[in-house]
Design a protein around this ligand. Structure first.
Ligand SMILES: C[S@@+](CC[C@H](N)C(=O)[O-])C[C@H]1O[C@@H](n2cnc3c(N)ncnc32)[C@H](O)[C@@H]1O
Length: 203
């Protein structure tokens, strides 16, 4: 795990696309993307060292780096082909700076339906202003190309429900003291695709 300075690719060229995951957590999503892009190099940024320890092991081509994504990212200008941001803070100006011209940012945000069944049971709420904020923060710096709703259901055990609630920002606001129960819950997210135009889009 590295901290500070710019991230250097660990292989000599030629190399595949560079994928940067902001707030990568355990690296689960980045690992999936790297599996689909043979030869790609993944960079996982997060403030959580425990999460990054998982990310570093999630795929052999992930470099895990401690970094606050609200600050200048430890990545050179126009070095990245694909930025991922799944349920994490979104620094649109820095996304635009590190993306190559034509590079793509995929941003995933929960909809109001996400884990709605748990909201009934345990008061887990999704911020209704997320969409407006995404337009303002990322849309101001990159060209929005598409917006897609992805919806699915999950049969969760009581232990998995407990784990979801623990991860949720609202998890500490649970009503009552009932232990979590097994539940079938809805997953519902929006996948937004942004692109850095060939001429510099950011300010
Ligand atoms: C809801 S989790 C999502 C993790 C991962 N993207 C996923 O979908 O599994 C949000 C992540 O953002 C990280 N995070 C929060 N604030 C951050 C910041 N300012 N800079 C970097 N990472 C941050 C947290 O540590 C956490 O790992």
């Amino acid at each position: 795990m590295a901290a500070g300075g710019h991230v250097a690719g660990r292989r000599d060229s030629p190399r595949g696309p560079a994928v940067l995951d902001l707030g990568a957590g355990t690296g689960h999503h980045l690992a999936g993307v790297l599996d689909a892009l043979p030869g790609a190099l993944g960079i996982a940024l997060d403030t959580s060292r425990p999460a990054l320890r998982h990310a570093a092991r999630a795929h052999p081509d992930i470099a895990a780096v401690v970094a606050d994504v609200w600050q200048a990212l430890p990545v050179a200008d126009a070095a990245i082909d694909l930025v991922l941001d799944v349920f994490s803070p979104r620094n649109g100006a820095e996304m635009a700076r590190v993306l190559k011209p034509g590079g793509v940012a995929l941003v995933v945000i929960p909809t109001a339906e996400h884990l709605a069944e748990l909201a009934d049971l345990h008061q887990v709420n999704v911020d209704p202003e997320k969409v407006e904020r995404l337009e303002r923060t990322v849309g101001a710096h990159l060209e929005r190309q598409s917006r897609e709703l992805v919806r699915w259901t999950m049969d969760l055990t009581a232990e998995e429900v407990a784990a979801v609630l623990k991860m949720s920002p609202a998890g500490s606001h649970r009503r009552g003291g009932d232990p979590p129960r097994a539940a079938t819950v809805t997953g519902s997210v929006e996948l937004w695709r942004f692109r850095r135009s060939d001429t510099r889009a950011s300010s």
